[in-house]
Design a protein around this ligand. Structure first.
Ligand SMILES: [Zn+2]
Length: 383
């Protein structure tokens, strides 16, 4: 994209990163740092959230573009989110590759923020084949974060931490699994190709399938594996595998949909990497022999990985009731038949989990309900 009087945005640069570079550039008179700071501050106004990187129909974006004379028909396609791509929530877009930022400063004299770092399924840098680091400070929502990330000296240590993990993370280490970054990059590359093409070769099936179906399926699975832990429900499997850092508990009564979405939007890169590896295994991008090798090396250091798709389905998620289960199974109905064929063993495991939950969790909730009514009676006695 080339715009008169404004610096050229890099391919894959976020809108906020570019507009900040425009404001800093002494030759650029159209936009000031004040304009950008007040634009970025609008990511949260009261209880309302605006995605200032990707919500390109929102009033603040349209107003800013109009004020600086930017043609919307040119800017919107360039900065928009690719189809079937789930972004992290704005507060959690603090993962970055330090080597990319170092090379930016050397080559361009200025670091910039990549769109890819904002996607749920991108936990690693494809160029440097490393897990993304975390900018672990309290100002990561403002426009200056590329510079602060560049100046962050604690890149390596911060990869497993975020604010909610900080205390626990310093006491726990994550296992260094053989090839995990290389495998995750392979899966990420597969999903990148799916974003750019209509059909893609699915190794598990041995034939081409519709790319948008693959991406939808990957999104459902990622949200399943990353769903948050609440007082009543265990978290998704990716939050428990290959880690001994205690998972954050959300003290709220969240629906399955909310648990899945919040979990995916707020997950740190390390946990997303585990989820991406599982998705890669389901699609066959990670061969069974490779996954088995990884499982053996994990077992040697006392970590567990599922030995079959059915076992993965059984351990992947949990249900709060039969309605949740039906809602969840319905998500897969929109996928093509061939993808549902791939998922069959996984979904059989999910069925088994629902049966187990019926016996334990649902029964437990039944007793809680009857207890609730007894509590109600007791409270009335107090009146
Ligand atoms: Zn990099």
């Amino acid at each position: 994209m080339k715009i008169k009087t404004l610096p050229r945005p890099h391919c894959d640069e976020t809108f906020t990163s570019w507009i900040y570079r425009c404001a800093i550039n002494p030759k650029c008179m159209n936009v000031t740092q004040g304009d950008v700071d007040s634009y970025v501050r609008q990511w949260r106004v009261g209880g309302e959230r605006i995605d200032i990187d990707f919500d390109l129909e929102a009033a603040p974006f349209v107003t800013l573009c109009t004020d600086i004379g930017l043609d919307l028909s040119c800017a919107v396609p360039f900065f928009s989110l690719p189809c079937f791509t789930l972004p992290l929530s704005y507060w959690f877009r603090y993962a970055y590759c330090p080597e990319c930022l170092d090379s930016d400063v050397q080559v361009f004299g200025f670091p910039y923020w990549r769109k890819e770092w904002c996607y749920i399924d991108c936990s690693c840098c494809l160029l440097h084949k490393r897990l993304l680091s975390i900018l672990n400070d309290e100002w990561h929502t403002d426009a200056h974060k590329p510079w602060r990330a560049f100046a962050n000296v604690n890149h390596a240590f911060d990869t497993i931490l975020d604010n909610s993990y900080r205390a626990a993370g310093r006491r726990h280490r994550e296992p260094e699994l053989l090839m995990r970054e290389q495998y995750a990059c392979r899966v990420q590359r597969f999903l990148c190709v799916a974003r750019r093409s209509k059909r893609i070769f699915l190794p598990r099936l041995g034939r081409d399938v519709n790319s948008s179906c693959v991406l939808q399926c990957s999104n459902i699975l990622l949200c399943t594996f990353l769903s948050v832990r609440t007082d009543r429900q265990v978290g998704g499997i990716a939050r428990q595998l290959l880690t001994n850092t205690p998972d954050k508990i959300y003290h709220a009564n969240l629906s399955k949909r909310s648990r899945m979405l919040i979990g995916a939007e707020e997950a740190i890169p390390y946990i997303r990497l585990s989820a991406v590896l599982l998705v890669g295994w389901i699609f066959g991008v990670l061969r069974d022999s490779e996954f088995n090798e990884m499982r053996d090396s994990a077992n040697e250091i006392f970590y567990w990985l599922p030995s079959s798709m059915r076992e993965l389905g059984r351990a992947a998620t949990s249900f709060d009731g039969i309605e949740e289960y039906l809602w969840y199974i319905n998500l897969f109905r929109s996928l093509s038949l061939d993808l549902r064929e791939v998922l069959m063993p996984f979904l059989m495991g999910v069925d088994e989990r629902c049966e187990e939950d019926k016996k334990s969790v649902f029964a437990f909730h039944g007793s809680v309900l009857s207890l609730g009514s007894r509590e109600g009676n007791r409270l009335r006695w107090f009146d």
